[in-house]
Write a protein that binds this ligand. Structure first.
Ligand code: ASP
Length: 306
């Protein structure tokens, strides 16, 4: 027992530009982040597992249209919503992931079903949706996912070859959470609508274990956000863990090396949140900002954007 608990969430790295952020919008983002941190923290405080905590935090963010996951997912080139999600726990290295799912209210819940109800780790498209039906998960009609801001982003670029990360000019979306529970187990979960105008069936780093999400009690739990193709090529989440496991890096040094050095060198913009097995947290990004929040033990919840 460590008796220490900590949780962090992100709502995307590459926030809305400062100049477009009204006080009202800022408040809405910060409130959304705080609600997610507090939902996860309550579970940890009551002795619940880090897996339950990260799932609960991500559900809050998926249900909030401000963030590019679940309800707020961006539009694909066809004007649809295709979502990716994954979850992992660090004690037994169990993981589940889904890619390219449509109409599922909470893809993170489905990723956990893959982990717990099947012998597989990763399901995509119709097969994943079939599992959702079997597990009685909630499906929503297309208009549930409609958001006029994201629709305008798509209309502006749909006849081009450009894909765009969430928000205005060159922005990211995606939500995620990492946590340490009082039994010393870490967990991570990540969920996204991907990139605006992405190709049919394009899959980013979010559902890829080791790229967008990773958890291992020996080292840490990591959830990423950013330009997925670079995060896949850099195997970001696992790289942070490896630097700790094989090179003895601290959590902070490992995150800085990957986000501020390795990713920058290949042009990969974004960030990550991570927690180690003794409860240290890192919220690290190389973009202008990252929607983020955290709570250590019973300290105050802290949320920031830039
Ligand atoms: N990493 C996500 C993807 O490439 C996007 C994001 O984090 O905004 O699908």
């Amino acid at each position: 027992m460590t008796n220490k608990i900590s949780i962090a969430v992100h709502g995307g790295a590459g926030t809305i530009s400062k100049k477009l952020l009204t006080a009202e919008k800022e408040n809405a983002y910060l409130t959304g982040l705080k609600m997610a941190v507090d939902a996860g923290h309550k579970i940890l405080k009551d002795g619940g597992s880090s897996l339950d905590a990260v799932e609960a935090a991500v559900i809050m963010l998926e249900n909030n249209p401000l963030f590019n996951a679940g309800k707020g997912s961006v539009f694909t080139n066809e004007g649809m919503h295709e979502m990716d999600a994954s979850i992992m726990e660090g004690k037994n290295l169990m993981a589940g992931a889904v890619a390219g799912v449509r109409n599922i209210k909470n893809p993170v819940v489905l990723s956990r079903k893959v982990m717990e109800e099947t012998e597989h780790v990763f399901l995509c498209g119709l097969g994943a949706e079939e599992l959702a039906r079997k597990c009685n998960l909630e499906f929503m009609p297309p208009d549930y996912f409609f958001d006029s801001f994201r629709h305008d982003q798509w209309i502006a670029i749909r006849n081009t070859e450009t894909t765009q990360l969430d928000h205005s000019d060159k922005k990211f979306g995606t939500v995620g959470a990492v946590a340490l529970d009082s039994n010393g187990t870490v967990a991570a979960a990540t969920s996204t609508g991907g990139m605006t105008n992405k190709r049919y069936n394009r899959i980013g780093d979010t559902p890829i274990v080791g790229a967008g999400t990773y958890a291992n009690n020996k080292t840490c739990a990591v959830s990423c956000t950013g330009h997925g193709e670079f995060f896949i090529r850099s195997v970001v989440a696992y790289d942070v863990s490896c630097l700790m496991e094989y090179k003895g890096y601290s959590l902070k040094d490992a995150c800085n090396e990957v986000v501020k050095n390795k990713l920058v060198k290949i042009g990969g913009e974004g960030g990550l949140i991570a927690v180690d097995a003794v409860g240290n947290l890192e919220l690290c990004f190389n973009s202008e900002g990252m929607y983020r929040g955290y709570k250590l033990n019973n300290e105050e919840t802290i949320c920031n954007i830039y």
